[in-house]
Design a protein around this ligand. Structure first.
Ligand SMILES: [Cu+2]
Length: 289
């Protein structure tokens, strides 16, 4: 084969293997709805409604520009839905019924840290029973500060008085009043407490993807002994704040917190509202050289 012919073959091969113009990668997520009694730490259980059997539900990770295809399989006799805050669609797409699987597609156009939650009515009760999770949409060009240790924290509230055996039946009245019995990170009291702190490295950048699932409280996120180098409101690099030690994150909202520590030891992370802290909103980053 002469040089010109080889060139044509190579061009054809390249055309065959490249994705068609305008065709973004497709991410597919299938999520189930299940009623489940989940462990929420300190010997207690919660009669939850869940995505994939856990509270919070699975983390959804997407890159800006991806086409996202979502399917919700409802294994309960009740109506549930799925509202992904990264999706820009009419709300009718997010409501499910008891018979048909819910599915829709969207393009993740805006980077950030978002909540997803059940859109069943009343939404208060569906979130209050445990139907939420985190969505991370990575910026197309990557995070401006580059590589970091990534940690996801989902703050949320549990409502109900534990029975003597530790079982909690979710309490609608307390949800309505906004008076949770427990405020937790990643679904469990003391999940990242003194016995199981989250390890970080001295001198290495840490990036916290923070979602406040609520349903009701605003969280003022802080790490004791740390001033954040950068905080992105909404987790979007278009919204940077520098050199602050806390940020208020409303219910169903998110943020990115970036920092580095220079000395080994324990760094407690918390919601600065002291009542929320008293009810559990605390954990530990343990820094080692
Ligand atoms: Cu629901």
């Amino acid at each position: 084969m002469n040089k010109a012919a080889l060139g044509i073959v190579l061009v054809l091969l390249a055309a065959a293997s490249a994705p068609a113009l305008g065709q973004a990668p497709v991410k597919t997520f299938t999520v189930t709805v299940e009623k489940k009694r989940v462990d929420i730490g300190d010997g207690m259980t919660y009669d939850a409604w869940t995505f994939n059997g856990t509270v919070p539900g699975p983390q959804l990770r997407i890159r800006q520009g991806d086409e996202v295809s979502v399917e919700l399989l409802n294994h309960t006799p009740d109506a549930h839905g799925l509202n992904i805050h990264a999706a820009q669609l009419p709300e009718k797409y997010f409501g499910g019924d008891t018979k048909n699987p819910l599915n829709y597609k969207f393009r993740a156009e805006v980077p950030g840290v978002f909540v997803y939650h059940c859109n069943g009515i009343p939404i208060l009760d569906h979130i209050g029973h445990g139907m939420y999770g985190a969505v991370i949409v990575d910026p197309k060009e990557g995070w401006p500060s580059g590589e970091a240790q990534e940690i996801t924290l989902v703050q949320s509230e549990f409502y109900g008085t534990p029975r003597p055996n530790g079982r909690i039946i979710p309490d609608h009245t307390k949800m309505l009043e906004g008076h949770p019995d427990f405020v937790v990170f990643n679904g469990e009291l003391n999940k990242s407490g003194a016995e199981h702190p989250i390890p970080i490295k001295v001198g290495k950048p840490v990036r916290v993807f923070f979602v406040n699932a609520g349903p009701n409280l605003t969280s003022t996120f802080h790490v004791a002994g740390v001033i954040f180098s950068t905080v992105y409101q909404g987790g979007n690099p278009a919204n940077p704040l520098h050199g602050i030690d806390n940020l208020g994150v409303g219910p169903s909202a998110g943020a990115v917190f970036e920092f580095k520590v220079s000395a080994p030891g324990d760094y407690r992370f918390m919601d600065l509202d002291r009542a929320h802290q008293y009810n559990g909103a605390m954990g530990i980053f343990h820094a080692e050289p």
